[in-house]
Design a protein around this ligand. Sequence first.
Ligand code: PLP
Length: 420
Amino acid sequence: MTITQPDLSIFESLESEVRSYCRAWPTVFDRAKGSHMYDEDGHQYLDFFAGAGSLNYGHNNAVLKRALVDYLERDGVVHGLDMSTTAKRTFLTSFQNIVLRPRSLPYKVMFPGPTGTNAVEAALKLARKVKGRESIVSFTNAFHGMSLGSLAVTGNAFKRAGAGIPLVHGTPMPFDQYLDGKTPDFIWFERLLADQGSGLNQPAAVIVETVQGEGGVNVARVGWLRRLVEVCERWDMLLIVDDIQMGCGRTGTFFSFEEAGIVPDIVTVSKSISGYGLPMSLCLFKPELDVWEPGEHNGTFRGNNPAFVTATAALETYWADSSSMEKQICARGEQVLEALTEIRTEGCKEYRGRGLVWGLEFHDKQRANRVARRAFELGLLIETSGPESEVVKLLPALTITPEELDDGLRILVRAVRETA
Ligand code: PLP
C-alpha cells in the first residue's frame, strides 16, 4: 500500500505529547465498519486491535447502531447520572437474564464511572471498606488502569513513574509461570501471609487478570486460578477479577473466569460491555459486600444511557445464545492458532492465548515493534504489549469473518518474515 503523507499538523502542534497510538499509526482515520478502518485517503486497514478490546462486535455494528440511532431519534435520555431510566432498566434486566442468571452469578451491579479504571478504583475501595484493611495484592505485569489506585496495583515501571507520588498499599506477587516453572505456585505468597515477621500487612483483597492483556498476553492456568481462590479463602482476602479487557467474550466465554469454574467476590467489566465503543463500566460484587452508603462513590458520567442501549442490543444479539457465540470464538481462535504455528519457526520465542486474544513473543525484543510497524504499512492494525513491548498482541473483533481473519493473518505472517 502506498502511504501518502497525511496532514498531522494540528495534532502535532496542539495535542499533548502524551498521545501514543497515533504515533504507531501515523494517518488520519475517518470511517470504520466491522473489522476495517479507513483513513482520509481511502486506505483500508484490517483491525486486529479492536479499540484495545472495546470493539468486540466490530466498528459501527449495524444492529447496535440501529438501536442507538432509534434511541437518539426518540429523544431518549442521554445523560442521567444514576437516575432510574428506561434504558438502564432494560440493560439491567437483560444483564440479569442473559448474563448473570444462566451462570448462577449472584452479583449486584454498580456503575462506577465511564472507564475501566473507575471500576477498578471502586473495587479497591469496596474491598478496603469491607475488610477494614489497606493492603491489596496484585501480580507481576498486571495492568489495572492509570488513576492512582489502579496504578498502585499495576506493574509497568514507566506507567507507575507517571504517578509522581509514592504508590502505596499494593504488594506484587508472582503471576502464573512468572518464576522458573518449578517453584510451587503461591509458596512465596503464603509464606509471607503466614510469617508474622514478613512485613506483609494482611491484605484486604487480591486483584488479578485471568489473561494479562497489557502485560504481554500472559495466560493464567485454570489450576492456578483455582488455587488462588483457595489462598484467598484461607487467608480471608477478597478476590477481584479484572475482566475489563478479557471479559465480554474475549477468551471464549462471557466472563474469562468461567472456564476455571470460580466465582470471584468482585468483578470489573468495561471496554466491550457497551459493545459500540461507548464509555461504560461495571463493578459487580456479591450482595453481602454491598456496604456502600448512598453516594459514597459517585461520578457525573455513571449513567451513559446510549451505552446502556447498545449494551442491551449486544447482549440480546450475541449472548442470548451464548453457546453459538462461544463456538464462533473458539473456531476463530483455532484459525489464529494455525497461523501462529506457521510463524513459530520465524524467530518466535513463544505464542500464547485463549479464545481470540493471542500474543506472539520474539527472541529479539525489538522485533514486535518492527512487525507492528510493517503490518501497518501492509494495511493491518496490530499493537504490541508486554513490559518492553516485546509481544505482538492479536485482538480482532469476535465478529470478524473467517476470510477477514485469514487476510489479517496473511499480512501478519508477511510482516514477521519481512522483519527477520
Ligand atoms: N484493567 C484492565 C485489565 C485493562 O486492560 C485496562 C485498560 O486497558 C484497564 C483496567 C483500564 O481501563 P481504562 O483504560 O478504560 O481506564
